[in-house]
Design a protein around this ligand. Structure first.
Ligand SMILES: [Zn+2]
Length: 113
């Protein structure tokens, strides 16, 4: 397994959780409309779990979610640049080395860290 695959796996896990947050945010008013009466302002409370998940996952991903397997350097500024994703969240192929420890992203490591 290469460091690039490890980083991509972690990145995709967090981005997937972000989409779960968007889903929960969108489902909040739908669920509230089944439970509450019309024009009840408490429907906002049903959207809070989604908002909390989106904000929490975003902040965690930016500061701790995407790290170099060798040096634990934060790779989120590279990996979260979504125009380079080409469909799926990934570390852009043009980055060959970790900017923190300068080790290759494509050299196979025996023991996944
Ligand atoms: Zn590194």
């Amino acid at each position: 397994m290469t460091p690039r695959e490890i980083v991509n796996r972690r990145l995709r896990r967090w981005v997937a959780l972000l989409f779960v947050g968007f889903g929960a945010f969108a489902a909040g008013p739908v669920v509230a409309s089944q439970i509450l009466s019309d024009n009840d302002p408490k429907f906002v409370l049903f959207m809070l779990p989604g908002v909390a998940l989106i904000i929490g996952v975003s902040i965690y991903t930016m500061f701790a979610g995407v790290k170099c397997p060798y040096c634990n350097g934060n790779l989120a500024p590279l990996a979260l640049f979504w125009p380079s994703w080409r469909g799926r969240p990934c570390l852009p192929a043009r980055y060959k080395f970790c900017p923190c420890c300068a080790r290759s992203f494509d050299q196979v490591i025996e023991r996944p860290v």
